[in-house]
Design a protein around this ligand. Structure first.
Ligand SMILES: Cc1cc2nc3c(=O)[nH]c(=O)nc-3n(C[C@H](O)[C@H](O)[C@H](O)COP(=O)(O)OP(=O)(O)OC[C@H]3O[C@@H](n4cnc5c(N)ncnc54)[C@H](O)[C@@H]3O)c2cc1C
Length: 383
């Protein structure tokens, strides 16, 4: 009889795991809290590791790629002047620009029709033993069922229900970066900038970045530092951002971008939390992706490692000849050094997005300028 896995979450990690398990002869079932598949989302720079993983999952070629041909990035200063800086999609290892929804769309094509997907369904209780886990599921209509699975995978994001039900409260595993983010798609170009232009408006403890995309309006990312992220995430994003950026509204850029926030429901406003866990599995329950190790947006690796995680699980099951308990240990041994390496630099990388002092603001500017100069020197035709 084939082994059955319940995957909680139809995001990048959940779908990657489903494709990898299916290849190993398993029968995955995915449950998703939302009533339907989400689309769109925010800018993601997919690095080499992510491109390789997408290729191994068979989805790189079908993934929409949105790096503008004529991309240029500008550092907009408080006095209204702007300077050309290196663009985020042409760092040394050249990530490609995509929307989160582009990765999900590509993975969906590997899942649709091959894997059972139940929308509007969440786990209520999970009881795990050494060979199976019993899960009570609740659907939007209020029906409850209890089902047995050989493996339950919590791929339900940074605020994971599976983690809370099986491993403990969020606070035990959250490491706050003391920052907030608000990401959303813009409806129209930023006035005074051309197609393909991105911009950063940075001051100490607060930044606005606009990421240009080919064939789509740009996406905006506000990020700011706060002493109390928990309280901040309960506030209204629009009012809060208006207050925080009131004296940084250069040429009306911030006000216009915030008008687009007011007009959309497709936004993410949350505190930034890294997740650190001593173990990613307990009995027959495994956490995968942001639920297990959230590397945060500052790492630029979350989407990549979500796909890498799915593949690593498939490889571990294969190399352990179906011995699930051994495979969970092998998975951990394989992935932990990689995750640890990236977690180590998250706090430092957060300075690139939201500098905490005048010194780091200055250091960040110098770094972007150096990157631009080195590109001019290395790739004279591309700048
Ligand atoms: C603004 C921003 C920019 C980013 N930029 C980059 C980047 O440039 N490069 C990069 O590699 N990464 C980036 N990331 C990180 C990347 O987006 C995430 O690491 C990745 O999407 C995590 O995927 P996931 O599947 O683990 O979790 P999620 O995307 O959170 O998916 C979880 C899924 O589970 C569902 N779910 C939640 N709870 C339940 C429940 N109780 N029952 C059933 N379903 C549930 C959710 O609806 C969702 O579909 C960025 C993140 C943000 C926020």
């Amino acid at each position: 009889m084939t082994q059955r896995a319940l995957i909680v979450g139809l995001g990048i990690s959940g779908m990657s795991a489903a494709i990898a398990l299916k290849r190993q002869g398993w029968t995955p079932v995915i449950i998703e809290r939302a009533p339907e598949r989400r689309r769109g989302g925010y800018f993601i720079g997919l690095r080499d590791e992510g491109k390789d993983a997408a290729e191994a999952l068979g989805v790189l070629d079908i993934m929409e790629k949105r790096t503008p041909e004529n991309i240029r990035f500008w550092d907009v200063r408080k006095d209204g002047s702007r300077r050309r800086i290196a663009d985020l999609t042409r760092e040394t290892d050249a990530p490609i620009a995509v929307l989160r929804g582009d990765i999900e769309e590509a993975l969906w094509r590997g899942v649709e029709g091959r894997v059972e997907v139940r929308f509007g369904t969440v786990p209520q209780t999970i009881v795990t033993g050494n060979t199976q886990a019993q899960v009570t599921l609740r659907s939007d209509g209020g029906q409850e069922t209890t089902e047995a699975y050989d493996l339950v995978i919590g791929a339900d994001g940074v605020r994971s229900t599976v983690r809370r039900l099986v491993f403990g409260p969020d606070e035990a595993f959250f490491h706050s970066l003391g920052t907030m983010l608000c990401a959303f798609p813009l409806r129209r170009p930023v006035r005074g900038f051309k197609d393909g232009d991105g911009l950063m408006l940075a001051d100490t403890r607060r930044t606005l970045t606009v990421f240009p995309l080919e064939g789509r309006p740009s996406t905006a990312l506000f990020s700011y530092r706060t002493k109390n992220p928990t309280a901040a995430s309960k506030k209204d994003p629009l009012t809060t951002l208006r207050q925080i950026f009131v004296d940084l509204d250069i040429d009306g850029i911030v006000s216009r971008v915030l008008e687009d926030l007011a007009a959309t429901d497709d936004f993410l406003f949350d505190s930034v939390q890294m997740v650190k866990m001593p173990r990613w599995s307990k009995g027959r329950v495994l956490l995968l992706g942001d639920s297990a190790w959230c590397l945060t947006l500052y790492s630029g690796m979350g989407a990549s490692v979500g796909m890498i995680g799915g593949l690593a699980l498939g490889d571990s099951l294969k190399s352990c000849n179906g011995d699930v308990n051994a495979a969970l240990q092998a998975f951990e041994a394989k992935l932990r050094p990689f995750v640890r390496k990236h977690q180590r630099f998250v706090v430092l990388r957060s300075q690139l997005f939201v500098p905490s002092t005048r010194l780091s603001l200055w250091g960040r500017r110098v770094l972007w300028q150096i990157l631009l100069s080195s590109r001019k020197y290395l790739f004279p035709n591309k700048t």
